[in-house]
Design a protein around this ligand. Structure first.
Ligand code: GDP
Ligand code: MG
Length: 670
């Protein structure tokens, strides 16, 4: 195939159909596996394992129209990019809905291969798809697969090879659009020869209002002529053109599905329905959600993550630090290096790494929620609430990802079509307490609220959510006027998650944290230690005379009304802008401790419980970390919104901490 163009296969399908799983099976490289619409935002490319060529993973979409950022990417790609074969993956258990995109792809008249995924789910539901009938009706090869286990993939690869060798065209596919046929022809006639895709497809997509196609056509000819035809078409048929097209496609799909889908037994459907009866119940759904979340926090902090973290501390970091100290003493290393390692790097990096168990445990449960199908249900349950504050159900996705890390969370807001809801989601997402803030809570809650750690941490998460809801409401009333959108979410069936996928996804999510500890926090610890080691009068002085203390003292005055007006707290908070975990690293360095237990001890001497809570509230809100700030600028395309998010969060943090501390004192806490 050397002379020929490179063999390019393009993977297209609805969200959640197993695109990423199939991608991983067909290529050597690995891509993120998740369970909600919109996870695959960026373009992924991999090398096909069994033949020369590449596979491109398109974002998951339900249709080419209406247009969100994802659908735009797909439409644009289909028009402008060259490829050898379209591989359309559909969820066999949601056949009718999935075929809507398939019809639009068929109309493109490019080589198309259909993979029916999740046939295992289908069997569980007691149904069967007759692929031969489907194949006859659609005129393309149809291969049943289970992307998760690899069943049927040999057959799929064989079909892909056949396509690769013969460069076969699909049998012509043509739906009769009845009253619209004349207008389709009239538009097609206007299009110049040599357009890279089917004229009929372009005409149809234009008629149903595909903005990407419209933009493309406007670059070729005077779009007004085409718009006139579309308006005329609407008059002739006496209804919305898009709706008309949709109905004809639906009728076709329904007849195909009724011929090819066979129900053999009742399967487990009734069990799923019974689960949904509770999970989606108008009154019970919210309490159920909170119980689930609380349970996850209990497991993460009190039952699994916490104890593991203590074990890590006492059996790895403490011995390591002691061992190194002995080693350095015996080989007589320079005191400067010795201090840098024992008082800078180990406390800084180690102080953050001990929280790995909590972080991975939290990520594990978030993945479990995604993969089981519960996440999509949370979006639906939350829609009722989020709609009231000017957001929509899809906003819950960035918000929940935000519990892990605000950076991908802000990026996940791309799946929200409505610009107003998208902006507000971006602005409030950093209020979701990310995993980098966890080490701070874990440290303080562990020191001051030993028996109520989970409750205290849970309260901070709730506070973040509450603040996000109130601010979303405020922002949507004041900042940006616009129409609210209509929320449609598709409920995937429940699935028992696969252990391998769970572990992989958890690692994918959490590895960034470990990586950050090895690079960013490492460098930060060195710098902070140097600042604490040097001062205007020279090196190795008392830490009270260091540069770090000087800077801290400047800010300490400002923080006094909040209950933590010490230079130590101020210096930790400042360095925390780099990454919130650095707050803990800095404290470890300043208080010259090497293990969590002794740091906790020192902290209890320097804070009261009320001050500790006020400090945690402040770190929750005070400013998104530097990486989040950067993506906010990127995603909103404006420095103005970036500054706005910094400013409002500082004000919010200050106000809430002030209320907590001063209010608490009035109530007699200390
Ligand atoms: P994408 O959103 O289209 O990229 O889909 P993913 O590959 O992320 O898969 C979504 C979910 O479906 C994951 O939890 C997968 O483990 C699961 N999944 C994928 N293929 C299959 C399959 O053939 N059978 C079953 N039961 N689950 C699958
Ligand atoms: Mg995916």
């Amino acid at each position: 195939m050397s002379e020929k163009q490179r063999y390019t296969v393009v993977l297209a399908g609805n969200p959640n159909t197993g695109k990423t799983s199939l991608f991983n099976q067909l290529t050597d490289s690995y891509a993120y596996v998740g369970n909600w619409p919109g996870v695959t935002v960026e373009k992924k490319t991999g090398h096909l394992t069994n033949q020369q060529g590449i596979l491109i993973d398109l974002p998951g979409v339900y249709s080419l129209n209406p247009l969100s950022a994802d659908e735009k990417i797909v439409s644009h790609f289909l028009i402008n990019d060259d490829f050898s074969l379209l591989l359309n993956i559909v969820d066999g258990s949601q056949l009718a809905r999935n075929l809507y995109l398939t019809v639009q792809l068929l109309e493109l008249e490019k080589p198309l291969l259909l993979a029916i995924n999740m046939v295992d789910v289908l069997e569980n539901q007691g149904s069967q798809i007759n692929t031969r009938v489907l194949q006859e009706n659609l005129g393309i090869p149809v291969v049943p697969v289970v992307a998760r286990t690899g069943l049927g993939l040999d057959d799929l690869k064989k079909q892909m090879l056949i396509f690769g060798e013969s460069h076969d065209r699909t049998a012509p596919f043509r739906l009769d659009y009845q009253l619209l046929e004349r207008d389709i022809d009239r538009i097609s006639e206007k299009l110049p020869d040599g357009v890279p895709v089917s004229k009929r497809w372009l005409s149809l997509q234009f008629l149903e209002g595909n903005k990407a196609v419209e933009e493309y056509l406007a670059s070729l000819l005077d779009i007004k002529i085409l718009q006139a035809i579309r308006n005329h078409a609407a008059q002739t048929i006496g209804e919305d053109v898009e709706q008309y097209i949709r109905r004809i496609r639906r009728t076709f799909i329904d007849s195909v599905v009724s011929r090819s889908l066979r129900k053999t037994s009742t399967g487990n459907i009734s069990m799923f329905q019974r689960i949904d009866h509770i999970v989606m119940h108008p009154y019970l759904s919210m309490p159920f959600f909170f119980v689930v979340m609380y349970f996850i926090f209990k497991l993460t902090f009190d039952w699994i993550g916490g104890p593991l973290s203590d074990l890590l501390d006492s059996s790895v970091f403490v011995p390591l630090s002691l061992g190194l100290q002995k080693l350095f003493n015996s080989i007589g290393i320079a005191p400067f290096i010795q201090d840098l390692i024992l008082e800078g790097i180990i406390p800084g990096v180690g102080g953050v790494l001990v929280f790995v168990p909590q972080i991975f445990s939290l990520f594990f449960f978030i993945t479990l929620i995604e993969d089981s199908g519960y996440m999509a249900r949370i979006a639906v349950i939350m829609d009722r609430l989020l709609e009231k504050v000017g957001l929509n159900g899809k906003s819950i996705i960035p918000m929940i990802i935000g519990f892990g890390c605000n950076v991908p969370a802000v990026m996940a807001a791309r799946t929200i079509e409505n610009p107003r809801e998208r902006l507000i989601t971006i602005l409030v997402t950093p209020l979701m307490s990310c995993s980098a803030r966890l080490p701070i809570y874990t440290l303080f809650a562990g020191a001051f609220f030993t028996n109520h750690q989970a409750t205290v941490v849970f309260s901070l998460y709730l506070l973040g959510i509450l603040a996000a809801l109130i601010l979303a409401k405020t922002f949507s009333k004041t900042l940006y006027q616009g129409e609210p959108s209509v929320f449609v979410v598709e409920l995937p069936p429940y699935r028992i998650p696969h252990v391998k996928t769970l572990v992989r996804s958890t690692w994918e999510k959490g590895k960034g944290f470990v990586h950050k500890a090895g690079t960013f926090i490492f460098a930060g610890s060195v710098v902070i230690w140097l600042l604490s080691y040097s001062g205007p009068q020279g090196l190795g002085l008392n830490i009270e005379d260091s540069f770090l203390a000087m800077i801290g003292k400047l800010f300490a005055l400002l923080f006094a009304p909040l209950g933590f007006g010490t230079w130590e707290s101020a210096a930790s908070l400042m360095t925390g802008f780099l990454a919130k975990e650095v707050v803990v690293s800095t404290m470890n360095i300043i208080y010259a401790t090497a293990d969590v237990q002794s740091l906790k001890g020192l902290i209890t001497q320097n804070f009261t419980p009320l001050q500790a809570y006020s400090f945690m509230v402040f770190t929750l809100f005070y400013v998104p970390c530097i990486a989040t700030v950067a993506v906010i600028k990127n995603e909103t395309g404006s420095g103005r919104w970036m500054w706005f998010s910094i400013l409002y969060s500082v004000i919010l943090a200050y106000t809430l901490s002030l209320i907590v501390y001063q209010g608490g004192r009035l109530l007699g806490f200390n």
